[in-house]
Design a protein around this ligand. Structure first.
Ligand SMILES: NC(=O)c1ccc[n+]([C@@H]2O[C@H](COP(=O)([O-])OP(=O)(O)OC[C@H]3O[C@@H](n4cnc5c(N)ncnc54)[C@H](OP(=O)(O)O)[C@@H]3O)[C@@H](O)[C@H]2O)c1
Length: 318
């Protein structure tokens, strides 16, 4: 099969299209014929082995996973022993970061616990935009954020992969959403359903007079004392970007101000993929795709991710 391989940490120039042998599904695993994939910040970090602590998981001196790509959509080709939920021919989508990545290839392996049936109303490419970004938004808002109807929610970084889904999921849960975005993404944020928008090039949300029940942060560019100022008593701050402040000050703030400061570590499950699929089929979640690439163009897509300022998702059609 064809796959985009890299054998040393570095930039996208370390990646090349190669012919490699097709993987075989083990116990509890399925072999997926990949039809689409998408790029996440995780691929960019693991490609470069930066920040350094990521090497504890991805290999200290050279990459443990030579084929990147977490988000996958495709057709089940074969199933391993003890697979109970899927059969050959099923159209599935899933997230491979817990089982060694591998979606930037013609075939990939997934544990059946990390896939679900593809939403019926989306294309393969649209579906590929969902797994990691939409599940992160769901777990951040619903599980860590304990989102409730009518709450005032601020999403910092509402224009990228995770943030774009966070607007839509927060609206689906009945919250009032303030989206923090750059000037060129203002229209996109309105279209996704934001109730208020703060253009961060013109105003700093931590200096405004509004306070929020839940702040969902995918940028991590403010100190905890700045966040504290605009978080209501009893409110929750959930960050997808590791915050030392949240880790060290979290217990103190919980005790003194009943505010929860939480670092999110999302973990994709079949059940959460099914929830996202249902939200998509009911029309609450619709992916925004900045650009679709071919498998050969994966290095270019990774470079675009590294350059930043993404509007929605970068998708690979295989
Ligand atoms: N903890 C977890 O489990 C988990 C899971 C998934 C992702 N993540 C992390 O979450 C972060 C976001 O992921 P993503 O996939 O959404 O990345 P992304 O697609 O690159 O989105 C980030 C967005 O932030 C915007 N932005 C940049 N500076 C900003 C600022 N000062 N204020 C407001 N918005 C700003 C960018 O657009 P503009 O430049 O146009 O503003 C971009 O659209 C990444 O660091 C990723 O590693 C963590």
């Amino acid at each position: 099969m064809k796959a985009i391989i890299y054998e040393q940490y570095g930039g996208p120039e370390k990646m090349e299209l190669q012919e490699v042998s097709r993987p075989e599904p083990g116990r509890g695993e399925v072999l997926i014929k990949v039809l689409a994939a998408s790029v996440n910040k995780a691929d960019w970090h693991i490609l470069r082995g930066e920040p350094f602590p990521i090497r504890m998981m991805a290999g200290m001196f050279k990459p443990k996973y030579q084929i990147l790509g977490a988000d996958v959509v495709g057709m089940v080709e074969r199933v391993g022993e003890e697979v109970t939920q899927f059969k050959p021919g099923d159209e599935v989508f899933g997230e491979l970061s817990a089982t060694g990545f591998g979606a930037f290839a013609e075939y990939a392996i997934s544990d059946e616990k990390h896939i679900a049936k593809k939403p019926s109303n989306l294309s393969y490419e649209e579906t590929a935009a969902l797994p990691m970004a939409a599940v992160t938004a769901l777990q951040g808002l619903r599980d860590k954020g304990e989102i409730k109807v009518g709450q005032q929610i601020l999403i910092n970084g509402a224009s990228g992969g995770v943030g774009g889904f966070a607007i839509q999921i927060a609206k689906a849960y009945g919250a009032e959403v303030t989206a923090v975005v750059s000037t060129k993404k203002v229209n996109q944020a309105w279209a996704l359903g934001a109730d208020q928008i703060i253009d961060y090039s013109k105003a700093d949300f931590t200096e405004g007079s509004s306070q929020y029940d839940l702040i969902f942060d995918v940028v991590g560019n403010h100190s905890i004392s700045e966040i504290d100022r605009v978080l209501k008593k009893g409110g929750r701050y959930v960050s997808t970007v590791f915050s030392m402040g949240a880790m060290f000050l979290g217990p103190w703030k919980a005790m003194t101000a009943k505010k929860q400061l939480i670092n999110l570590m999302a973990s994709t499950t079949s059940a959460d993929l099914q929830t996202i699929s249902k939200l998509a089929e009911e029309g609450f979640v619709k992916p925004v795709i900045q650009k679709t690439y071919t498998l050969d163009d994966v290095p270019e897509a990774l470079q675009t991710m590294g350059d930043g300022s993404i509007a929605g998702k970068l998708v690979i059609s295989v």
